[in-house]
Write a protein that binds this ligand. Structure first.
Ligand code: BGC
Length: 375
């Protein structure tokens, strides 16, 4: 809170920052193709694909900002793309049944902006990540709840994805950071569970709802928790910033419960930097393992939901202060890298960190909206 002005926290931080929430909203909407696709980044060569995970968060932010048609266009781009690849869902499910799963046969995390499968890239970038599909169902259900129209195309695509996740939801895969293959990632299972729960309610599919609940129960058990808090995946007892999503927005656990409180407290102790930002996990080496904008917003949202209104304005101020002179937010800030050596390595290999990262801007919009709601 500003010491003397009596302004709300929100007014204080937004007044001082160069990046406005309107800039983030315009950037999200303005980056959309006429077909509705949203790239991960408009500038970075390797990020010019439509990721279902990043896009789900962007569409969710657009919905929250009242840009329903833009969110609808994105959902229709996803639906059209997936329905064109229906045969691939059948191939993937056959691979699960016959125990012949491999990264190439499972549904991809991203498509080209025209909805095609990514051409064989020079850089082999992992694609099999189930959380993307869970996040899409979650974002779609939220879109409909906010007044979007569930037309037959969206409904058919949601049924297709539900069918995919009922078969592939518990197949070990890459995590939401596209790392650590062959694991059952806590945040990924959470996205699948929340997506199936909400889509199941939307479609009147009790099988999907029952499976979502079974996954949720699994998440609460000893495979995914240690010492009273969630862990990254069975066998890795580290905490991960993505675990913040289990409370908000995924609602796998109540935000006032002990499991979530312990997880958030551990994230604050081990991943949050008082100078600003939140790391993905200890030992992260991607671009040196810096502080991620989107996780800073997630922590702000989590603490607000838990009734603590002190940290979120500081995190919003840090996020807005991290924008470059064009008002672009990066994927991560590298002023305090865990590994300076690996920061130099990635800069040499891929150039500067992806900027603007639209998911970062989406999270800026979301945290801003959360603070506005509470002010
Ligand atoms: C991140 C993913 C993200 C992708 C596109 C990767 O560096 O780890 O979470 O989906 O970039 O933004």
């Amino acid at each position: 809170m500003h010491p003397s002005s009596g302004l709300t926290n929100l007014a204080f931080v937004t007044h001082r920052s160069a990046l406005t929430v309107q800039r983030s909203i315009d950037l999200l909407a303005g980056s959309q193709t006429p077909q509705g696709a949203i790239p991960a980044s408009t500038v970075h060569e390797l990020y010019r694909y439509g990721w279902l995970r990043d896009g789900s968060w962007c569409a969710y932010a657009l919905d929250r900002a009242g840009r329903t048609p833009a969110a609808a266009a994105w959902h229709h781009w996803v639906a059209a793309t997936l329905l064109r690849h229906e045969h691939r869902v059948d191939q993937a499910l056959a691979a699960v049944r016959t125990n012949t799963v491999n990264g190439a046969v499972m549904m991809p995390a991203r498509f080209t902006l025209t909805g095609e499968q990514e051409p064989q890239a020079a850089e082999a970038w992992p694609n099999f990540q189930t959380d993307c599909y869970g996040f899409w169902l979650w974002a779609l259900a939220d879109h409909i709840r906010r007044g979007g129209h569930l037309d037959p195309t969206l409904q058919q695509a949601a049924q297709l994805v539900t069918r995919y996740l009922l078969g592939a939801g518990e197949v070990p895969c890459f995590d939401c950071w596209e790392e650590h293959p062959g694991q059952l990632h806590t945040a990924s299972l959470a996205a699948v569970s929340a997506g199936l729960r909400n889509a199941g309610a939307l479609l009147g599919d009790s099988t999907a709802q029952a499976y979502a609940e079974k996954l949720r129960t699994r998440l609460l058990g000893c495979e995914h928790t240690v010492a009273g808090g969630f862990i990254r995946f069975p066998g890795d007892t580290r905490v991960d910033g993505s675990l913040l999503w289990l409370g908000v927005p995924l609602g796998i656990v109540p935000v006032d419960g002990r499991l979530y409180a312990t997880t958030v407290s551990r994230i604050r102790d081990e991943l949050y930097r008082p100078e600003g930002g939140v790391r993905r996990y200890q030992g992260d080496t991607f671009y040196g393992g810096g502080q991620w904008i989107l996780l800073a917003a997630s922590l702000g949202w989590a603490t607000l939901a838990m009734g603590d209104s002190d940290l979120a304005p500081q995190l919003l101020a840090w996020i807005e202060g991290s924008a470059n002179h064009e008002g672009y937010l990066p994927e991560q800030v590298a002023d305090d890298p865990q590994s300076p050596h690996m920061l130099a390595y990635w800069r040499e290999r891929w150039g500067a960190t992806a900027t603007p990262l639209l998911w970062s801007h989406a999270m800026h919009v979301i945290l801003h909206d959360e603070l506005k709601a509470g002010s």
